[in-house]
Design a protein around this ligand. Sequence first.
Ligand code: SF4
Length: 145
Amino acid sequence: MNIAVSACLLGEPCRYDGASKPHEGVLALRSHHTLVPICPEVAGGLPIPHPPCEIVVGSEPLHVVDANGIDRTAAFLEGARKTLETVQATNCRTAILKAKSPSCGTGRVYDGTFTGTLVDGFGVAARLLQENGIRVLDENQVDSL
Ligand code: SF4
């Protein structure tokens, strides 16, 4: 089947710091599935590298800031929207997304204080995919496929 995957898990150096996070278990899925790389932050127009960003948890409406305090909400929303378009256009019903990311995190994200504090929540793109019926997992849940 077609599975959308955070591009950094496939070894693409698209993280905010210019690094990648290749994951053996995710890469192994290539033998039986078609993996569709996605990176919401690149899709949203953020350059690589860029300062780390966090969702300011508890704020309504959604508010995403970078470590310099600059509002990056629009880029995250645009990246999520484009990612959903890609996922739907490629008929992916499942997405494997990088844990804890403000775009891709599923279930736990940093709280917006840049102190390394994790709280319950979803990244902006992960939430939009889930709201549109896509099954979202992180790289630690590959075995449940
Ligand atoms: Fe990886 Fe998602 Fe961050 Fe892109 S936005 S680098 S795919 S965690």
